[in-house]
Write a protein that binds this ligand. Structure first.
Ligand SMILES: NC(=O)c1ccc[n+]([C@@H]2O[C@H](COP(=O)([O-])OP(=O)(O)OC[C@H]3O[C@@H](n4cnc5c(N)ncnc54)[C@H](OP(=O)(O)O)[C@@H]3O)[C@@H](O)[C@H]2O)c1
Length: 229
């Protein structure tokens, strides 16, 4: 396969929202879920997010637990997984968490819409910038580049547009959703998968692999994505 194994992880409310209508990166995960996500990151070769998540949440994407970082290094891996951002037009600040928290290798996939000033700033910070696609990033090509660079296991941490597009293209192997016991509502609040949507006959088909019900009221749903024929 010329792409990594791709695992999307999401924290959603019982009504499927992954943020409120305010889009400020609302807290949804419980303390236990944060630990689960940290373990998933520690097991991944790279962690990917979409451009709006990068801009609005400015995530660090590093492994929080010292023990898990030490275990990675004992396995001969880097302290943190590679960080990957996907944005049609990059507009990152040099002091952003995404660029500065680490140490971690950084890949950015973008289009010709990202200007030269931004590109040279990113290069000066050792970020590896790839221009793939005209209007939007060619995700098939991006995953190929990751595989060529030794990324065998990719964790995707949203948001909704990136999740949808990866699933629509048949590039996802596994989906885990922590369903928190809360409702956000709001037509404009993002859900697990957004984009233009699919008609019923083209729905992405999932196979339930595991369910866990937690004391904090949350439920973890782990699905395998059935591959397109
Ligand atoms: N609860 C959770 O687990 C969780 C995790 C992460 C994020 N979030 C939330 O999700 C929201 C952000 O999600 P979002 O849907 O607005 O944006 P997103 O998925 O974070 O970002 C999509 C971005 O990727 C760019 N892009 C470039 N090529 C693309 C392609 N081929 N396919 C898809 N996108 C492509 C889009 O650019 P253009 O549209 O300009 O082309 C857009 O800027 C935020 O509210 C954030 O807090 C929640």
């Amino acid at each position: 396969m010329d792409r990594p194994y791709v695992h999307i992880n999401v924290a959603a409310t019982a009504d499927g929202k992954i943020d409120t209508f305010e889009r400020k990166g609302a807290a949804i995960s419980s303390a236990r879920d944060k630990e689960r996500v940290d373990r998933l990151r520690a097991e991944a070769d790279a962690v990917m997010v979409g451009g709006r998540t990068l801009r609005d949440e400015d995530p660090k994407l590093t492994v929080k637990s010292k023990i898990l970082r030490a275990e990675r290094m004992a396995r001969g891996l880097t302290e943190n997984p590679t960080k990957v951002g996907v944005a049609s037009r990059l507009d990152l600040k040099p002091d952003s968490n995404f660029l500065t928290a680490g140490p971690a290798r950084i890949f950015l996939f973008t289009t010709p819409q990202t200007d030269e000033t931004q590109r040279s700033m990113l290069r000066s910070l050792n970020a590896e910038v790839y221009t793939l696609g005209a209007e939007r990033v060619d995700l098939i090509a991006a995953l190929r580049v990751l595989k060529e660079n030794g990324i065998n296991r990719l964790m995707v941490e949203g948001g909704a547009a990136l999740n949808f597009e990866l699933m629509r293209l048949g590039l996802v192997d596994e989906l885990t959703i922590y369903v928190a016991p809360m409702i956000f509502g709001g037509e404009k609040a993002p859900t697990t998968a957004a984009g233009p949507g699919l008609v019923r006959s083209e729905a992405v088909s999932l196979k339930l692999a595991r369910v866990e019900s937690w004391d904090d009221g949350g439920v973890v749903l782990q699905y395998k994505v059935e591959m397109l024929k």
